[in-house]
Design a protein around this ligand. Sequence first.
Ligand code: PEP
Ligand code: MG
Length: 779
Amino acid sequence: MAVLWLDEISAGDLEKVGGKGASLGELTGAGLPVPPGFVVTAGTYRSFIEEAEIDDELFDAVDVDVDDSSALAEAADRAQELILETPFPDELREEILESYAEIGDGEAFVAVRSSATAEDLPDASFAGQQDTYLNVTEENLLNRVRECWASLFTQRAIYYRQEQGFDHSVVNIAVVVQQMVDAEKSGVMFTSHPSTGDPTMIIEAAWGLGEAVVSGAVSPDNYIISREDGDVDVTVAEKKVMHEKDEETGQTVEREVPEDKRTERVLSEDEIEQLVELGERVENHYDQPQDVEWAIVEGEVFMLQSRPITTIDESSGEAAATGATIDVSESVTDGSGSAQAQAARGDKPSSDSASGEVLVDGLGSSPGTVSGAAQIVRKLDDLEKVGEGDIIVTEMTMPDMVPAMKRAAGIITDEGGMTSHAAIVSRELGVPAIVGTTNATTVLEDGQIVTLDGDKGAVLDGETVEPEEETEPVEEVRPQAPVKPMTATEVKVNVSIPEAAERAAATGADGVGLLRTEHMILSLNQTPEKFIEENGEDAYIKELIEGIRGVADEFYPRPVRVRTLDAPTDEFRQLEGGSDEPKEHNPMLGYRGIRRSLDRPDVFAHELEAFRRLYEMGYDNVEIMLPLVNDAEDVYRAKALMKDAGIDPEKRKWGAMIETPAAALSVEEMAEAGIDFASFGTNDLTQYTLAVDRNNENVADRFDELHPSVLRLIGDVIETCREHDVATSICGQAGSKPEMVQFLVNEGVSSISANIDAVRDVQHEVKRTEQKLVLDSVR
Ligand code: PEP
Ligand code: MG
């Protein structure tokens, strides 16, 4: 038997039918309303390649050096070609088509999905691309099945398996063929609270097919139902888009939701009741809280998928302390925000985490309190003396210092502000840090035992923290459970060094709102021009691909907004080849960001080529963000270069940063130029609006991202972008501040990207602000 019907399958058949197939079979067997379908088993894939005798050639083809991008691309092409061009044996073809004829009226639209047998391993991308084809009919069914098989051999999947040491020849794939439900409404449901496990059901619902909710294309309505007293708390969202079947082409398309339905509540009381009943049945069946995908058509409820909720944090005192309530935010942050957020504002929260004589003070730029021996680093050779648990004291950190920063217990610098290299990297590594002390390298001595309080921004004499309480370096940080409150505004995370990707992904953020590429380049220790001169263009492109891929993989399929290069010339000057950099009186007003890229399209072309290859590899979660644009002309010129590089701006998501008043004032024209999003770089927007050098300690007290003029520019941009259906976001440091979060949510921003350690607080601040908005609207 090449296929098994869903009602013939149970959970124990994982090896034969893969994770999705087994789960659907189990649900069908339990009498739950699952649309009918069958699974082309993993064994069928295996006999297909063996009987056609393409197996050896297939596995040989993918046995390549995956760090060689062109070899990897060739391997994937060859392997996929082998599968796609091998005809189906007659018997198999007939069996699949006959099974299809039994679904619905024989002309049904079906969904064809790969169901990997290794899907439940820690990294799902191990198994393949998890391809899904919707609205498939008899005509292209067989090709779609073969395409699912071929998805085992995308560049991304081959790369991952090789990296993880898995043997390509032992991975199998099954394919689920299931009747499509032409959903009028659909969404997801948590049968118990996803972080506390409390008896609270949470339903998210939107119009049309469920892909819009699952992919995050739409902000769904939110229904919170107490299973104790049946109380329902409803938050109706503005649902701008829906996915549905195009009657002519049969394809799934994204359409605008008609004006009158946008703010209409999706679920009736009766439908909620049906869903709750279903949720209880499925939870009882598995004896475990479930995360369910559901759909409703003509009043009938269907279950499309059910998985155990893996985010319930049993050990979390934080969650447990909230008792039976749904919103854990109140217990996590107080109204003034966390110590971290206060530190980001430059406040000095009073905490008795450490006490003693204050030797030096500065800006607490990465939270946590540690004690250790100070090691003064004046030149790179000094880094050797930095051991585990030591505290680096230096004028300013440099990319070469990252390995030592990872093993250090803390970092103190003389120079720099909250957005300096030291501040950004230490925050991402989770190492407590204080920047901008002005005099730490002269006041502190080599070997002196000090305590660094990264919240207060103070360095104290002596040891006040036992070593075991110290913040662990990044490799050992236990990822936070991805417990997050549901918010209509997305909360993303900023990443600047690929090493921080895992820690960033573990926050449960909705994606990366800013991936800076400068740090990847700075760590090459050569300017791009010099690196290319010595190592060739391809080597440079590969460096970029590697850095971006590490993050894109970690977050897949969550979106990762990658910013094209934006390094001021003074940062490049310290690198080899830096003597060729123009000498600028004021680098912040100089040759950086899109200005440099447009001036050197030959160098920019390599960045774009890296994006093109990433798209080709299947990283469709990568988005392109252009820094320091001033007007629509910058955008049009960059767009033309994207096209020249073989990137279709209509197909890919791309946008611009709003970092200058000029950009803020010309966002309407940029929207007409086709940007999908505008992202506030408030570090620069504040600097340029207020004429306050962001790195100058003398005017640090004037650097105010919440200045009314900055806020006015931001508010106007959000309003204009809403009118033009352009998403808005923030990726400057200010996105981690509660006041800014409140302002942005009230203005209707689409997403907020925060520092890794602030994501959790921002999620709760967003939630609280959204709830207040809803309450105010009904009061
Ligand atoms: C900003 O300007 O706010 C920003 C995010 O970019 P960068 O800090 O890298 O200049
Ligand atoms: Mg900037």
